[in-house]
Design a protein around this ligand. Sequence first.
Ligand SMILES: NC(=O)c1ccc[n+]([C@@H]2O[C@H](COP(=O)([O-])OP(=O)(O)OC[C@H]3O[C@@H](n4cnc5c(N)ncnc54)[C@H](O)[C@@H]3O)[C@@H](O)[C@H]2O)c1
Length: 270
Amino acid sequence: MNELEGKIALVVGAGVIAEGMGNGKATALTFAREGATVVCADINEKSAEATAEMIREEGGQASAVALDYTDLAAVKEVVARMVAEHGRIDVLDNNVGIAAIGSVTDLDPDEWDRINKVNVTGVFNTMREVIPHMVAGGGGSIVNISSVAGIRWGGVAYAAYYSSKAALLHLSRTTAVEFASRGVRVNSVLPGLIKTPMVSNTAGIADAYSSHDIEEMWRKRDRQVPMGRMGEAWDVANAALFLASDRAKYVTGLDLVVDGGLTVGFTAPA
Ligand SMILES: NC(=O)c1ccc[n+]([C@@H]2O[C@H](COP(=O)([O-])OP(=O)(O)OC[C@H]3O[C@@H](n4cnc5c(N)ncnc54)[C@H](O)[C@@H]3O)[C@@H](O)[C@H]2O)c1
């Protein structure tokens, strides 16, 4: 219960899009259970506050902050406040990600820009502002939540999601190499099919699977996975915990796939 004892962590996207458990919320809870002081940042302040409140009710240390991480000035302010209050930032977990259905030929160009801004530019912003403090403090760990969508076609046409998640992966790898000698580790988690409210609440995903029958979509997603079931937010959180902790002190630039065998499996005909 003390893998992150004494560490100061910033989890961006620590809320959840709807009722239930999201990857960022589970990660913030897991980090706090392992002894970290967690700043829960989210564009949805109420949702960030709900996560922080849950942590405090469990006896952990957490605060919440409203943050649109695509706004560089706002990121600067949150990071400066964290450093003023806690002296340093040891862990940054970037968990934000949005998707919109659309292939190259029919996706609205504004949607293309919006998704890239949220899925890539936001991570650029937080790494840009946090890394100098990590370097000054002797090091730190950054965990970026990408997706198996960054390395595979997943059966749903969302061109901007695929390409933004791929861009995030390579940004993470190259930043890892660039800052390796200065003690900053940067790794990616690639969740597979995780059963979170984001999937049932993103317009068009359930339609792409099963004419908006959410339960049928869950069953189809279960069947896609060699383990026979989707993952849960806690699986993503536990991978992030490993990468954030000193147990991963020699691990940087890694793409950690957490997918029940999905990407190496070959789906047999139904
Ligand atoms: N659920 C899956 O199957 C799955 C699979 C692979 C990867 N992922 C990735 O996991 C991550 C989290 O997914 P989730 O299912 O928990 O989603 P979620 O939508 O529940 O959580 C993401 C949070 O980010 C917040 N957010 C959105 N825009 C923001 C912004 N501009 N600034 C700050 N916060 C913002 C949302 O309010 C939300 O609380 C995403 O990066 C997603 O792409 C999810």
